[in-house]
Design a protein around this ligand. Structure first.
Ligand code: GTP
Length: 597
């Protein structure tokens, strides 16, 4: 196709504002899929995504559209991931297209992820077409939301298209706007091949599939290509486009988006953002701005039943095949036995992987406290990265410890602003900005990632009754007074409960943890001291009193069914316990103990 008849675009939106539904309607309206084959949310392939309503892997579809001007166009939609954890993937895929549809739910308005994503689009120099969705709903207020888009984002929303992705109203107008408002791509056919590696995933039949955007030159089956970052060379087996199923084509030229396969063994060999060229007579300079995405949150995953270790290993290896940003290495814990230390892009990523292990592979897991990556400057001048509090070096050899900081943007209705400020303040936040848009406030905080990884998002949702939206980006590392806090149960340190904490917050957190654990650990036949300690110094302590002989004794009156229930409950509980020295600790204790109320 000649460049003038190509349009490449993405859809940016806050979660649930209707991105996938709109994509489905565009596919349907252009008859890319026969109506009878149309499934809801065609682009969200994995079940878990469907259930959670989130799109994780970017996917793409090529639409063919005859515009009102009578000309035939190729429209390439790249579906970008909507969540903060995948910000880097979003930013790369934005650079593969020239324009964006900015979808805003007209019953809700602009949210934190609308902002984060649209700023990425603006950064990538996109032409932006605002689309107001869900106009079929009575609560829809297009005028207010258009105004908000102009106030908060600062782009012209006078031509915003009003649609219902549900009923199909306005979809034709969206297609026309893509053709008339978005620029055609540029590129040179006679130049050496220069293509961007936008995404890649593992397909059980084809091996690694690579999504590419051709900048200059052309890419054909049989070409020998070179990945400019890794230096690896592969012969291209297949070239094709998504309609939305895979369809082979002879070649891809400038401005086009499609896929290749090239007997690449693992997703790890393909770096999102890398430049692909030909082995011989390749292009000189790679595309600018490449950096590999690195895990920022680590936690230990251990099987509840230690006999399931091999199953866990298989499952983790299978998942890693398809996810280059998920890292894992074996870990042994004195308390939990064999497991894996895993690295994730963020908390959602962690949750998705954990859920998949439990549900798809049916493995009960103990997840240890998520920890961020600390940079430890040693007195001997060396720098160490700490992924696990258990590996903390002797403090007397440490010069400083630096922790990652984030810039968090929170949008919240006025009424809840006070609670949000308090939450951020409690988490060692530094306020950077506070502005208003209508009855909503936008606050920007500098926060330690450490204070956010565990339950910040849950707390934010609960103090704002779900009305706040949140987004963050990593800003860098800063030194602070950080220490490792251990938890001792019956005088034995439980390594899986060790956390890194700010010295000023250690007492409060230690106290909260031992109190929680006192409620979570069942009573035994002996007294159990539960302590929080820094170095050798105990900073908080609770004692779990010994059990009376008969657990059912307190159920006076001889209510037989109640006694039976209690005993059954204890039996069921047993299965999910781990033994630490002489003490049984239930699985949920590892997570619950860390939550702060
Ligand atoms: P993520 O994939 O999680 O980013 O969400 P999304 O933005 O793709 O939203 P999705 O398309 O999954 O839509 C979210 C919900 O809104 C779904 O329940 C849709 O059925 C519903 N929805 C989408 N568009 C419309 C619309 O125009 N009208 C109405 N009434 N509901 C809509």
């Amino acid at each position: 196709t000649d460049l003038a008849h190509i349009r490449n675009f993405s859809i940016v939106a806050h979660i649930d504002h209707g991105k996938s539904t709109l994509a489905d309607r565009l596919i349907q309206e252009t008859k890319t899929v026969a109506d009878r084959d149309m499934k809801e949310q065609l682009l969200d392939s994995m079940d878990i995504e469907r259930e959670r309503g989130i799109t994780i892997k970017a996917q793409t579809v090529r639409l063919e559209y005859e515009a009102d001007n009578g000309e035939q166009y190729v429209l390439n939609l790249i579906d970008t991931p909507g969540h903060v954890d995948f910000a880097y993937e979003v930013s790369r895929s934005m650079r593969a297209v020239e324009g964006s549809l900015l979808v805003v739910d007209s019953t809700q308005g602009v949210e934190a992820q609308t902002l984060a994503n649209v700023y990425q689009a603006i950064d990538a120099d996109h032409e932006i077409v605002p689309v107001l969705n869900k106009i079929d709903l009575p609560a829809s207020d297009c005028e207010r939301v258009a105004e908000q888009i102009e106030d908060v984002i600062g782009i012209d929303a006078s031509g915003a298209i009003q649609v219902s992705a549900k009923t199909g109203v306005g979809i034709h107008e969206v297609l026309e706007a893509i053709v008339t408002h978005l620029p055609a791509p540029t590129g040179t056919l006679d130049a050496p091949l220069k293509a961007m590696l936008v995404d890649s995933w593992y397909d059980p039949y084809l091996g690694v599939v690579v999504l590419v955007r051709i900048m200059d030159g052309k890419l054909r089956k049989g070409d020998r290509i070179r990945m400019m970052q890794t230096g690896a060379i592969y012969p291209v087996d297949r070239v094709g486009v998504f309609r939305p199923g895979m369809m082979p084509v002879d070649e891809l030229g400038p401005g086009e988006i499609g896929f290749i396969t090239a007997s690449i063994k693992q997703v790890r060999d393909t770096k999102v953002g890398d430049t692909i060229t030909t082995e011989k007579k390749g292009c000189e300079a790679p595309l600018p701005g490449f950096h590999p995405s690195v895990p920022v949150v680590f936690c230990g995953l251990f099987p509840v039943d230690s006999n399931e270790f091999e199953d866990l290993r298989d499952a983790i290896e299978k998942l890693a095949l398809n996810d280059a940003s998920f890292s894992h290495e074996m870990e042994t814990s004195a308390a939990l036995g064999f497991g894996f230390r895993c690295g994730f892009l963020g908390l959602l990523h962690l949750e998705v992987i954990r859920d998949r292990l439990e549900r798809e592979y049916d493995i009960d897991l103990i997840t240890t406290a998520p920890s961020v990556v600390y940079q430890i400057h040693m007195k001997d001048g060396t720098l160490r990265e700490l992924h696990n509090p258990a590996d903390m070096p002797d403090p007397s050899h440490i010069e400083t410890i630096e922790e990652p900081r984030i810039k968090a943007t929170i949008l919240v209705p006025d009424d809840y602003l006070g609670d949000v400020l308090k939450l951020c303040q409690d988490r060692r936040g530094i306020q950077l900005d506070l502005t208003y848009a209508g009855s909503r406030a936008m606050v920007v905080y500098d926060l330690p990632l450490n204070e956010v990884v565990f339950d910040f998002y849950d707390r934010l949702k609960s103090v704002t009754k779900g009305y706040a939206s949140f987004d963050y980006q990593l800003t860098g590392y800063r030194a602070d007074n950080l220490v490792k806090m251990q938890i001792l149960v019956n005088e034995e340190p439980v390594d899986a409960l060790s956390i890194m904490v700010h010295r000023d917050r250690a007492e409060t957190r230690g106290r909260a943890m031992v109190e929680k654990l006192k409620d979570l650990i069942p009573r035994h036949m002996f007294k159990i001291p539960i302590q929080a300690a820094i170095g050798g110094k105990v900073i908080a302590r609770e004692t779990l009193s010994a059990l009376r002989k008969d657990v059912t004794a307190k159920c006076y009156g001889g209510d037989a069914t109640r006694k039976k229930k209690l005993l059954e409950k204890q039996k069921a509980g047993k299965k999910k316990m781990r033994q630490f020295g002489k003490v049984d600790i239930p699985q949920e204790a590892f997570i619950s103990a860390l939550k702060m109320d």
